[in-house]
Design a binder for this molecule. Structure first.
Ligand SMILES: Cc1cc2nc3c(=O)[nH]c(=O)nc-3n(C[C@H](O)[C@H](O)[C@H](O)COP(=O)(O)O)c2cc1C
Length: 455
């Protein structure tokens, strides 16, 4: 009895599906009697929604990426696989695009060059220079920093070596410079060089108002205190870059941070500057690359004073503050907080800002500082400008928010700037004038000139 009832109920529940399944799957079914008008309507509706979806997908501003694609990626893939996939999508040219030109209020001046906005992508995202144009042309960054690149190829540390701290909007990584080595990355940069360069083309970014930086690392097996790996980086990448970043601050290569010791740093910077002066004219870039040092946020005040003194007496053109930290603030909640490596993202911001303020007061206005650490919003970027940064870079927030991160930060920044009634460059100029180290007056003439100018 129960079996009979069950069978009837089953028949009843299947019956309504019949006409539908027959239309879909049965060869012998009669041809659809739907009028051509209805079919046309369905086809048009399908084409329209596919078109709208495509437009929505390719617009970097759409919330699809931040609220659907990125959480799904995080659910499906571990942090390193997600990172690799992101680079490959950007490389493929199938990534979404920032559809808007940058507002003139966002213009940012670096070494006399005008960048269209002050947001760069930090080193470590595109380690091998595979997705430069994706980040520059499609996502709207004005500065792309590839690397760190080491002279010889090396695998980096054993996996797993990248961990999300989702509860803290942070990442811990101990990659240890996996790198394809100088030769492979230089070959990739050569391939990217256009056959015919427009006369007004004067940067290695091959995009107006943007810069390409190469971050130089050191092989694990190289002697800890030697400058050789950086010197060979200058020779290899000098002709293909606008900026060379001397990375003495990654926490995952034994001995690297020791190069921030005053004496070693002085020697290193002298050798690197000498190598740059020996570069012959490049067929790609009009000028020799700027030299920028990337510092750790974990230096004590005394150490920062020492580093600043060395930098003041060197030919270094700029400083990036900062790399990841080995500190673990008490505020961390995520279960991955105990992993070894460098912490980046939101919890890094106060640590980096403190180091930046110290350095800004120790460096003259002529040496710009690029702020990097926990920047996720336009308000964060403005906070850095007010602390004396000339421009900023992002990594972790880009990793969490996806392709729209740069556009969103720029839009928020514009709103913040309009509240201030100032452009980015005005905020930067005022902060630098107020916060940077004033020239020490050494002669009586200089003292008199200053007194006269302030009357
Ligand atoms: C997964 C990962 C890999 C990184 N690799 C490098 C690197 O190779 N070289 C480097 O100078 N910095 C590297 N960094 C540091 C970033 O460039 C940046 O300085 C740091 O993450 C702080 O910025 P953020 O808080 O916006 O992420 C890496 C950071 C992360 C999260």
């Amino acid at each position: 009895m129960i079996a009979a009832l069950h069978a009837r109920a089953l028949r009843a529940s299947v019956t309504p599906l019949r006409p539908f399944t027959r239309g879909l799957f049965s060869q012998s079914a009669p041809q659809s009697r739907r009028s051509p008008l209805v079919t046309g309507f369905y086809a048009a509706a399908f084409a329209l929604s596919a078109g709208l979806f495509t437009v929505y997908y390719f617009d970097a501003r759409s919330n699809l990426h931040r609220y659907i694609v990125m959480p799904v990626m995080r659910g499906l893939f571990d942090a390193e696989t997600g990172h690799k996939l992101a680079v490959q999508v950007l490389r493929s040219g199938l990534s979404p695009r920032d559809p808007l030109p940058d507002d003139p209020q966002l213009k940012c001046e670096m070494w006399g060059k005008v960048l269209s906005n002050p947001i760069g992508v930090a080193a470590g995202f595109d380690k091998h220079g595979e997705a430069i144009d994706g980040a520059l042309q499609d996502l709207g960054f004005s500065w792309v920093e590839i690397g760190s690149v080491t002279p010889q190829p090396q695998p980096g540390n054993p996996k797993p070596r990248m961990f999300r701290l989702s509860e803290d909007d942070a990442i811990i990584n101990r990659y240890g410079f996996p790198s394809q080595g100088h030769a492979a990355v230089v070959a990739r940069l050569r391939k990217r060089t256009p056959k015919f360069l427009a006369p007004e083309q004067d940067t290695a970014a091959f995009k107006p108002h943007a810069l390409l930086a190469v971050n130089l690392g050191k092989n694990k097996m190289s002697p800890a205190d030697s400058a050789e790996d950086f010197v060979s980086g200058v020779h290899a990448f000098g002709p293909h870059s606008d900026v060379l970043v001397i990375n003495v601050s990654s926490p995952n290569t034994p001995g690297l941070r020791g190069l921030q010791d005053s004496e070693l740093l002085q020697n290193l910077l002298a050798e690197v500057a000498n190598a740059r002066s020996l570069l012959s004219a490049s067929s790609v870039v009009a000028n020799k690359p700027k030299l920028v040092v990337k510092l750790s946020p974990d230096l004590t005040k005394q150490q920062l004073f020492g580093v600043a003194e060395v930098i003041r007496n060197s030919s270094v053109d700029g400083v990036i503050i900062s790399n990841t930290t080995v500190q673990r603030p008490d505020s961390l909640k995520d279960s991955n907080k105990g992993e070894k490596g460098g912490l980046s993202g939101a919890p890094l911001k106060p640590i980096t800002l403190a180091a930046l303020k110290t350095m800004r007061a120790e460096l003259p206005a002529s040496i710009p500082i690029i702020g990097c650490g926990g920047i996720a919003t336009g308000a964060d970027a403005l906070e850095y400008a007010k602390a004396g940064a000339s421009m900023v870079q992002v990594y972790t927030s880009f990793g969490y928010d996806g392709v729209g991160a740069c556009r969103r930060i720029k839009d928020q920044l514009l709103m913040e700037l309009s509240k201030e009634g100032k452009s980015w460059q005005q905020v930067v100029d005022e902060s630098i004038a107020r916060l940077s180290r004033k020239k020490t007056l050494t002669t009586e003439g200089e003292v008199k000139a200053l007194a006269a100018s302030t009357l």
